[in-house]
Design a protein around this ligand. Structure first.
Ligand code: KMH
Ligand code: ZN
Length: 271
């Protein structure tokens, strides 16, 4: 079975002060994604920033970024509807109207570092239903065991569209599960039959838990959204070294890296 590599070039929190190589503007993000595609990534998880580098759900910026990426490579675009903690849910949800191939769906509210990540149940259900209508595949972001149960309820209500369910097991956000091997094993053991999944391990545990995820049959995500450092004390000089490392890990485990067409088939989104 091939492994899907997702690049996550920019998240909602870090700034160029944290890592000067962080791409924030549409051209920078598109360039980083194109390099990651050439290295083996078949999915790009996209957060947007405004001209002041603040997280935004501005539809013009999103459209321009999607266009710039599409001009450069055929990678599958997954827009983040997480966007940023200060952005209202309705603005975040409107991003799916651009019909990216995929978008994230965060099922529950939670503390998130020093802030609050608001995902009220009624709004989550509305967004899930709209994504199903538009044919936008959800990537379900689960930061705790109860988040998985919330996703199973959405599935049981028929709100998630076609199988397979696609999960990101997020470990290491202050407010969610800690980034430990035990937590990863617990979550993987509870996933429904046939689910597609990857680990998002934030910060220092990123490399080890990404490797563990691959060994357990998961996909992998790499990029500055999840890890600003290549190793202790060494800032990553861009997204490419992180993506190349994930590709290398997969190949060293004798796991072929999925092309875009293979990824579409694995996720059930072939056109
Ligand atoms: N930033 C990660 C902790 C999203 O964008 O919707 C989770 C994430 C969620 O990638
Ligand atoms: Zn994200």
């Amino acid at each position: 079975m091939s492994v899907v590599i997702t690049v996550a070039p920019t998240g909602p929190i870090a700034t160029k002060t944290d890592n000067p190589s962080l791409p924030t503007q549409p051209e920078e993000i598109a360039a980083a994604v194109a390099e990651a595609y050439a290295a083996g990534a078949s999915v790009a998880h996209i957060h947007l920033r405004d001209a002041q580098d603040r997280p935004t759900a501005d539809l013009g910026i999103a459209r321009r970024t999607m266009d710039l990426i599409a001009e450069r490579c055929p990678i599958l675009i997954q827009l983040s509807t997480g966007v940023g903690l200060e952005v209202p849910f309705e603005e975040r949800a409107a991003l799916v109207e651009l019909r990216p191939r995929m978008a994230t769906l965060n099922p529950c509210s939670m503390s998130f570092g020093a802030g609050e990540f608001r995902n009220p149940p009624a709004e989550v259900r509305r967004l899930a239903a709209r994504m199903r209508e538009l044919g936008v595949k959800p990537e379900l972001e689960i930061y705790d065991t109860g988040h998985l149960d919330a996703c199973l309820r959405l599935r049981d209500e028929g709100l998630l569209g076609d199988e397979p369910m696609q999960f990101s097991i997020v470990l290491g956000v202050a407010g969610g599960m800690a980034a430990t091997p035990e937590n990863l094993l617990t979550m993987v053991g509870r996933l429904p039959e046939g689910a597609v999944w990857q680990v998002i391990a934030i910060g220092r545990a990123n490399l080890r838990l990404t490797a563990m995820g691959l060994a357990l049959g998961g996909n992998a995500r790499a990029g500055l959204e999840d890890a600003l450092y290549l190793r202790k004390g060494e800032l990553s000089p861009g997204n490419l070294p992180l993506v190349e490392r994930a590709v290398r890990l997969a190949r060293d485990l004798d796991l072929p890296v999925a092309t875009v067409a293979e990824t579409e088939r694995l996720l059930g989104i072939a056109e």
